[in-house]
Design a protein around this ligand. Structure first.
Ligand code: GRF
Length: 197
């Protein structure tokens, strides 16, 4: 299956996804795109031999539909069958989502349905949660709300800051997303449940 990945920054999750698609894996990374031409992940994707593109959202000054029309062009040119959002920080319109609904995944750094949106780790700490983690879900028009395909749990430690918790969660994201994708490309939506090793 042809897999496209969208990033906004360093792309650590994208790197793990691309690295996982080798050998008998039914997925193949066909393109990595970004809303930021300076996203560090673009160079890393190119170094792994994956074609890349960037459409700078700042060039569309809040005209979300125009930005998405520009993004769709190189994206659809790669003829993706599955779209993975990985550290992609733009909210997509329902029209864009509907084009990929059922075959578009996202990773969110919380145990959804808790803490959709931003600052998830700070919110978990402030709530006194004993656990935190990440979720991979199918993308639907409602933000961070689609069916969950996998979750990874980590303990929240007494002296955790948002940064230390984020680092612990990120390690699990890098295990979770590749495992969810490996199953998803084979049509297996059995939820993945990981706990910190
Ligand atoms: C990660 O916390 C991920 O959960 C969120 O974006 C952050 C950075 O991801 N979606 P990456 O390193 O760019 O993959």
């Amino acid at each position: 299956k042809r897999v496209a990945i969208l990033i906004s920054g360093g792309g650590s999750n994208m790197i793990k996804l691309v690295e996982s698609m080798t050998g008998e894996h039914a997925g193949r990374a066909v393109v990595v795109g970004s809303n930021d031409p300076d996203a560090g992940g673009l160079a890393k994707a190119a170094a792994m031999g994956v074609p890349t593109f960037a459409v700078d959202h700042r060039a569309y000054k809040g005209d979300r539909a125009a930005f998405e029309a520009a993004l769709l062009e190189p994206l659809l040119a790669a003829e993706p069958e599955i779209l993975c959002l990985a550290g992609f920080m733009r909210i997509l319109t329902p029209e864009f989502v509907s084009r990929f609904e059922g075959r578009m995944l996202n990773i969110h750094p919380s145990l959804l349905p808790k803490y959709p949106g931003l600052h998830t780790h700070q919110r978990a700490i402030e709530a006194g949660d004993a656990e935190a983690g990440a979720s991979v879900h199918l993308v639907t028009p409602e933000l961070d709300a689609g069916p969950i395909l996998g979750q990874a749990r980590v303990p929240v430690l007494p002296d955790d800051t948002a940064e230390t918790l984020a680092a612990r969660v990120l390690v699990q994201e890098h295990r979770l997303y590749p495992e969810v994708l490996r199953r998803f490309v084979r049509g297996d939506q059995t939820p993945v449940r990981l706990t910190a090793a």
